[in-house]
Design a protein around this ligand. Structure first.
Ligand code: ZN
Length: 146
C-alpha cells in the first residue's frame, strides 16, 4: 500500500487515528452492525446509542488496514452528538468526497485528511466501510421505528 499520494500533514492524521483509535469498543445495549470489505480484508463493527433522535454514543471495533481503521475512528468523533439527520448528511458528504463528487469542506473534521483517497480506487472501500455501516444502522433504525 502506498501513501505517497497523500499530503504529509494528512498522512500523520491518518496514522495517528490508526495507531490510537478514538471511541474503540462496543456499546452492548446499542444498535450494532458488522460489515466486511472482502477486497482488503477489513472488518468493522459499529455500535450506536441513539436517544431522542440524537447519537449519544458511537463506538467501533475492527481489524484491517490503517485507512479503514483511521476512517472509522474519525467517523465516531464526527458523528457523536449529532441528530440522525445531521449524521446522515455528514455521511453523505464524506462519501461524496471519497467518490470525487462535490462536497462541503465545512462538514469535515479530521476526515478531510482522506480526501485524496478518491484518487486511489483500491482504497475507496477501505475508507468508506465504517461510514457505510453507520449509514445502514441509521436507515434500518428509521425503517423499524416509524
Ligand atoms: Zn483496507
Amino acid at each position: 500500500m502506498s501513501f505517497s499520494n497523500l499530503k504529509d500533514m494528512y498522512k500523520q492524521v491518518i496514522l495517528d487515528h490508526s495507531k490510537y483509535p478514538h471511541n474503540y469498543g462496543v456499546i452492548e445495549s446499542g444498535y450494532k452492525l458488522e460489515m466486511l470489505n472482502p477486497s482488503c480484508g477489513d472488518k468493522i463493527t459499529i455500535s450506536m446509542n441513539i436517544e431522542n433522535n440524537i447519537i449519544k454514543d458511537i463506538k467501533f471495533i475492527g481489524t484491517g488496514c490503517s485507512i479503514s481503521m483511521s476512517s472509522a475512528s474519525m467517523m465516531t468523533d464526527e458523528l457523536k452528538n449529532l441528530t440522525v439527520e445531521e449524521a446522515d448528511n455528514k455521511i453523505n458528504n464524506f462519501l461524496n468526497m471519497i467518490m470525487g463528487l462535490d462536497y462541503d469542506v465545512n462538514l469535515l473534521e479530521d476526515s478531510i485528511s482522506l480526501e485524496n483517497i478518491s484518487q486511489l480506487p483500491a482504497r475507496v472501500k477501505c475508507a468508506t466501510l465504517g461510514w457505510k455501516i453507520s449509514e445502514k444502522i441509521l436507515k434500518q433504525r428509521s425503517d423499524t421505528v416509524e
